[in-house]
Ligand binder design. Structure first.
Ligand SMILES: [Mn+2]
Length: 180
């Protein structure tokens, strides 16, 4: 069944905001289930208020939304990312604001790659309980735990907010006793 954001009929040509369901769930390490994320978000979206009190507008009318079909994503990260990257790129090229609905954190890289191609790297506001800076995790470079490392490699400059876990391979103290 095709689900739309807010459960409303959509006019694709007029929409300025587009939702991309990205039900990727290949490297989850705590508890799988992120593949159900996009569906769950779209299912509850009709219960949002349709009126935006700050602007006095109904965004579904002034902006217009488009919800892409939920894809069957390839399991291989490279393939899944390429697929989503192409979707983001197409939407940006047609002047729409793409919003990825994950899915595990790895899907962020698809958006970053497309944005980098079209706009170059930029400052990134990164909201996460973890730093996601590992080079590899559970034998893959495409784990959710490596996302920010890959983003740095693409040239993005992140501002991380909310991180509460910092772990080092070998904790060490300098001579001055400063934890490094
Ligand atoms: Mn993360």
């Amino acid at each position: 069944m095709r689900r739309t954001f807010l459960g409303l009929p959509e006019v694709p040509e007029r929409a300025r905001v587009a939702f991309i369901p990205a039900p990727y769930d290949a490297t989850t390490s705590f508890r799988p289930g992120t593949r159900f994320g996009p569906r769950a978000l779209l299912e509850v979206s009709p219960y949002l208020e349709f009126f935006e009190e700050e602007t006095g507008e109904k965004p579904q009318e002034t902006l217009g939304f488009l919800t892409l079909e939920e894809p069957e994503l390839p399991v291989k990260p490279e393939k899944a990312l390429s697929f989503l990257e192409a979707q983001v790129e197409n939407l940006l090229s047609s002047g729409k604001l793409p919003i990825l609905l994950g899915g595990e954190h790895t899907v962020t890289l698809a958006a970053l790659r497309a944005l980098r191609k079209l706009r170059g790297p930029f400052r990134l506001l990164y909201l996460d309980a973890h730093l996601d800076l590992r080079d590899t995790y559970q034998e893959t470079r495409w784990s959710h735990a490596c996302v920010l490392r890959r983003a740095l490699e693409l040239g993005f400059e992140p501002l991380v907010v909310g991180a509460r876990v910092f772990r080092r391979k070998r904790p060490s103290f300098s001579r001055k006793g400063i934890y490094r």
